[in-house]
Design a protein around this ligand. Structure first.
Ligand SMILES: O=C(O)C(=O)C[C@]1(C(=O)O)C=C[C@@H](O)C=C1
Length: 288
């Protein structure tokens, strides 16, 4: 069969289609990330529901509640023009996931009961906190939710926390040597980054390229800020990575090292310490 010549608009169409397909897929990926973030939140809540049902002596499966959830899902699906069968399948998937998670909790609780007969009470308490910590999703899973937070709000919060921690009243003129220099902080697992500049005796979050950047996970950066890990160990173990102007990075590290931790307000030190220890315990429990 002889091929007909391709009209010009048909030749232009594939490029537009390729672009639109790529854009649509990019959007789909973002939405999928968001849905998984929401699933992680739902699991936290269904874990609580599971524990309370156990405490009340109720069975894990609650068909009356499932019917209510399905009904709500149907109504919501109709409003959003999503097929009710799809909403129904999604509900079944969510119940199955919640029940699987709750049965696992049950199995752990049973194992603890057996062990507590031969172990001291402190072991049981440790097991319990370990199991709870395991339910906390690691920072990377919070990433899609954090992306929903507007950047100006995040920058304002970062700037306020840092100016509390590093106000001239507490640190004197220690950072004056790096006035006007820009240091980037990248929290790899949360997908967050910001550029800081020391100016007029305060730290500012600026919208400009960084001269040097320190990259690490949320937990490691928190451990560093709380002085529960030192920068040398973290750099040596490649848990912190410095890029760009290494000299600036090392100057900042030395300045922060020399700054006494108790120069920070007490409340902030307590929050940092507790937060860092909690994040480290959650990371260890999750890896175990
Ligand atoms: O509400 C509860 O009791 C839950 O455990 C949550 C949930 C759900 O995923 O929505 C899970 C299992 C039950 O059968 C009913 C509902």
């Amino acid at each position: 069969m002889r091929q007909l010549p391709t009209p010009p608009q048909a030749r232009a169409a594939p490029l537009a289609s390729h672009l639109l397909l790529a854009c649509a897929r990019h959007g789909i990926d973002r939405v999928d990330d968001g849905m998984l973030g929401l699933l992680a939140l739902r699991r936290l809540m269904s874990a609580t529901a599971g524990r309370q049902k156990r405490a009340l002596g109720r069975p894990l499966r609650d068909q009356a509640r499932e019917s209510q959830v399905r009904l709500r899902a149907h109504r919501c699906a109709q409003r959003l023009h999503v097929s009710t069968e799809t909403a129904d399948s999604l509900a079944s998937l969510l119940f199955a996931d919640a029940l699987r998670q709750q049965s696992l909790q049950d199995a752990h609780a049973a194992a603890r009961t057996v062990r507590s007969e031969s172990h001291p009470a402190s072991d049981a308490a440790m097991d319990r906190s370990h199991a709870l910590l395991r339910l906390i999703p690691p920072p990377a899973r919070w990433r899609p939710l954090l992306r929903l937070a507007p950047t100006p709000l995040r920058d304002r919060l970062v700037a306020r926390a840092l100016s509390q921690a590093l106000s001239p009243a507490h640190i004197g003129s220690a950072l004056d040597d790096i006035t006007g220099r820009r240091l980037g902080i990248e929290i790899a697992d949360l997908g967050q980054r910001c550029v800081l500049e020391w100016r007029d005796g305060h730290l500012h979050v600026v919208d400009a390229p960084a001269e040097a950047t320190v990259r690490g996970t949320a937990t490691d950066l928190l451990l560093l800020a709380a002085r529960l890990e030192d920068a040398d160990t973290l750099f040596f173990q490649r848990r912190l990575v410095l890029t760009g102007d290494t000299e600036l990075g090392l100057t900042v590290r030395n300045l922060l090292d020399r700054m006494p931790f108790d120069a920070m307000p007490l409340a902030l030190r307590i929050v940092l310490h507790r937060g860092a220890r909690f994040a480290r315990a959650a990371r260890e429990a999750f890896r175990a």
